[in-house]
Design a protein around this ligand. Structure first.
Ligand SMILES: Nc1nc2c(ncn2[C@@H]2O[C@H](COP(=O)(O)OP(=O)(O)OP(=O)(O)O)[C@@H](O)[C@H]2O)c(=O)[nH]1
Length: 697
């Protein structure tokens, strides 16, 4: 579409839409709507909708408020103090509102409160019931509150949060909900209030349910919800998106969504994606300066209605991620110029086949203005299905690897997968991360608990071994000189005890070394099997434009994240689309061990020695051990060096045939591992020398 034909821009912010819808809105035809950049203008004097949080003491009101609006990690709510007076919190997000947190013990019927002032302007009453506790008293209070409120504000939305359901079984949750609904309906009907409409939500701060419930509560307060839904419906059908949410990214509340049913998984993955983008921005973002400048500069490019590829340049407030299962997540900032303070954003999920046929988005990504940089998103769990992935971003949000320093564990993962060569590695230093969300992201880097426990296990096993050994030495030196003086019976039992102790010692030592070697060789095996390219001499930019843009999204086949299906696609093709861990599937957990090692970054030499070719001893073909004896690959896994290496390589080949090195059962495999070009040259030189010497003789 030519610039002149660009649809007329709405000079009316979304916030004003919702708070003062009186001026006529333009037709919500999606193809004619453009997004406005720049901060939301504040509407002075506009009333803020008020949400009342009520419930018994310790039912979880303050926790909900802290987790949703202050990004407090759920576990930290354990230390929240009891509320003693009404806490009024203004929440300035996509839509400004106030949350009033009432102390559990307060009795506002005692005549000291101006009930009309409290209830008359209230948008919603959220009544929190602790589902893990006895709730009959809470129900009585709820019924009284509803009756009181009906006098002042009969149109108020009553939302009951049946809270703390994380500790309950599914059946129990539903039974509890059924019971609460039944009792409330009966009680209110008896009192003549049978027309009161109450909504019930099962919530917990330990999952996304609380955000989802809050989203539903907030949505009911939006006068223009229907318009927003229409806009999203249009967006979805025009761009052939599966699902679109309008998020307030700071609270992760979705303000509106299209009319297709919300499935929890889509909502969760979008929330997680927002966390990732915010975290990445926190670490690697740049100062975007005055948002009004950005707005002016990008204004002409941000029209959703444009069909011209050049007009379709993504402004820098957007991000695309292609998942390994083929899904594409698209996060687009609207109404605000800064990533850090996103007012709201549209997220779409689409499948690539549909995505490619979507006229606008395809052009946008395959045209000359495709995002020229990729930002690597890394995970320490590549073989558990979540592999290093890519967030395609605009050219401004690029990683400067020379100035940013990454922790050794991370660079190790990147090097191992060929994304960063050892020479690119700087000393480990990560810019400080202060984002309050950082503890709540989806699988962040690693299994910290795992690595801790495995290190502890190893240390404890060693300690135990040493203690037992000392014990044996002491006992032995005690028994032998005394033996002639003690009875045969007692000396026998002592010897039995000694044998047991010795047995324990051997087992402890074996466990200790098994852990150590298992990990070490798993890494070597993986390094060989994945055929990591040698980038030590290749100085081409590692994070430059991707050559693979089949679907228009920057990214290569090896660098995708699969959040939804944490199983490699090859396994899915074999009908194993489950999310079980290798141990659950009865497979040896080499890769987790390897990841633990990678995360610890301590058992590996920091210089990349772990990527060195295996020693000739290790390069023997599968099926023959170091002494030339045949063995079966399944034998002795975890005991001898060669079986571990071979088994890991076989395992990797089985999981990733497309990236596999030559079959480990062939002699060529051994030679391919043992002989690189230098070795061959050395060998030729030696042969030549030997020939010369023979000639001289
Ligand atoms: N298991 C579980 N515990 C929760 C949940 N929400 C809150 N809690 C815990 O419940 C306890 C009480 O939480 P608060 O938020 O202080 O309760 P309150 O309703 O504000 O209490 P008052 O201020 O005394 O009225 C804390 O230890 C929280 O960690 C939840 O969803 N699940």
């Amino acid at each position: 579409m030519a610039r002149g034909n660009r649809p007329q821009k709405l000079n009316y912010s979304l916030e004003r839409w919702m708070q003062d819808p009186s001026p006529p809105l333009q037709s919500p035809t999606p193809s004619k709507v453009s997004m406005q950049n720049g901060p939301l203008p504040r509407v002075r004097g506009a009333p803020r909708p008020r949400l009342l949080l009520q419930g018994q003491r310790r039912s979880g009101k303050s926790s909900i408020s802290s987790v949703v609006f202050h990004k407090m990690p759920p576990t930290e709510t354990l230390f929240l103090e009891s509320t003693t007076r009404i806490q009024k919190e203004p929440v300035n997000t996509f839509m400004d509102f106030q949350v009033w947190d009432f102390p559990g013990q307060i009795d506002y019927n005692d005549g000291t409160f101006d009930l009309e002032a409290i209830f008359s302007d209230t948008g919603a009453l959220i009544y929190v019931i602790d589902a893990q506790d006895e709730y009959l008293e809470a129900l009585t209070r709820l019924h009284q509150t509803i009756i009181t409120i009906q006098r002042f504000n009969p149109s108020i939305n009553v939302e009951v949060f049946i809270h703390k359901v994380d500790g309950l079984s599914d059946d129990f949750k539903l039974d509890t909900q059924r019971d609460i609904v039944q009792r409330t309906t009966d009680e209110l009907a008896d009192l003549g209030f049978d027309s009161v409409h109450i909504n019930y939500h099962l919530t917990s701060i330990y999952d996304h349910s609380i955000f989802e419930a809050f989203s539903k509560v907030i949505q009911k307060l939006l006068p223009e919800l229907g318009t927003l839904e229409n806009l999203l419906n249009g967006l979805v059908s025009n761009c052939r998106i599966e699902k679109a949410f309008l998020f307030d990214v700071l609270s992760k509340i979705y303000v509106a969504t299209d009319s297709s049913p919300v499935d929890v998984q889509s909502y969760e993955i979008c929330s997680d994606y927002i966390d990732v983008v915010l975290d990445m921005t926190e670490i690697y973002g740049y100062d975007r300066g005055d948002s009004s400048e950005v707005s002016t500069a990008e204004e002409s490019k941000s029209s959703i209605g444009s069909t011209n590829a050049e007009d379709w340049t993504l402004p820098d407030q957007s991000s695309v991620m292609k998942l390994q299962n083929g899904m594409v997540l698209f996060l687009r900032e609207i109404n605000n110029g800064r990533f850090e303070h996103l007012g709201d954003a549209t997220i779409g999920i689409s499948r690539p086949n549909v995505y490619c046929t979507g006229e606008h988005w395809q052009r946008q990504h395959t045209g000359p203005t495709s995002p020229p940089y990729e930002v690597a998103f890394f995970s320490n769990q590549p073989l558990d299905g979540i592999r290093p992935g890519v967030i395609a971003s605009s050219n401004k949000l690029s990683l400067d690897w020379s100035s940013r320093r990454l922790p050794s564990s991370t660079t190790h993962v990147l090097r191992r997968t060929g994304l960063v060569s050892p020479l690119d590695q700087q000393s480990p230093r990560l810019p400080s991360v202060s984002h309050p969300n950082k503890n709540r992201t989806f699988p962040r880097i690693g299994y910290s608990a795992f690595s801790y426990s495995s290190t502890m296990e190893r240390m404890l096993a060693c300690l135990l071994g040493v203690v037992l050994f000392l014990r044996i030495v002491i006992d032995w030196s005690y028994i032998v000189p005394q033996e002639s003086h003690v009875s045969t019976q007692s000396s026998r039992s002592r010897i039995l005890i000694l044998c047991l102790l010795a047995g324990f010692t051997v087992i402890a030592a074996a466990i200790s070394f098994r852990f150590f070697y298992l990990r070490r060789f798993a890494i070597r095996g993986r390094a060989s099997a994945m055929d990591v390219p040698d980038r030590s001499t290749d100085r081409t930019p590692l994070l430059g434009p991707s050559e693979d843009s089949t679907h228009g999204v920057a990214g290569s086949s090896a660098t995708h994240v699969d959040f939804l299906n944490p199983v490699p696609p090859r396994l899915q093709a074999h009908g194993r689309n489950d999310s079980t861990s290798p141990q659950d599937r009865g497979e040896p957990d080499f890769f987790r061990a390897q990841d633990i090692e990678a995360q610890q970054g301590q058992a590996l030499p920091p210089t990349g020695d772990h990527l060195a070719e295996p020693s000739p001893q290790e390069c023997l073909p599968s099926g023959i051990d170091a002494h030339g004896q045949p063995y079966s690959p399944g034998d002795g896994v975890g005991i001898g060096r060669r079986p571990i290496v071979t088994s890991v390589i076989d395992q990797v080949n089985r999981l990733f045939p497309e990236t596999a090195s030559p079959s480990s059962d062939t002699p060529e495999y051994a030679s391919s591992l043992c002989l690189d070009e230098d070795d061959e040259e050395d060998k030729k030189e030696e042969d030549k020398k030997a020939e010369d010497q023979a000639g001289n003789r």
